[in-house]
Design a protein around this ligand. Structure first.
Ligand SMILES: [Cu+2]
Length: 63
């Protein structure tokens, strides 16, 4: 399955890396689009609430 979220505050490659690292335990694959703020998360089992909470903790709250 996959979940696409739009996260705030993504400004650079460092932000994208922080998100990929932060979500590594919650997903098999994470793509971050710096221009649009879109975060695409793929995995066999995804916990959207946990992903949203993690993004918020990292400082990139999802809309
Ligand atoms: Cu950044």
């Amino acid at each position: 399955m996959e979940i696409e979220l739009t996260a705030g505050n993504i400004k650079c490659g460092g932000c994208a890396q922080a998100i990929r690292d932060g979500l590594a335990d919650l997903a098999d694959d994470v793509e971050v689009d710096i221009d649009t703020g879109k975060v695409l998360v793929r995995g066999k089992q995804l916990d959207e609430t946990a992903i949203r909470n993690k993004l918020a903790d990292l400082g990139y709250p999802a809309a």
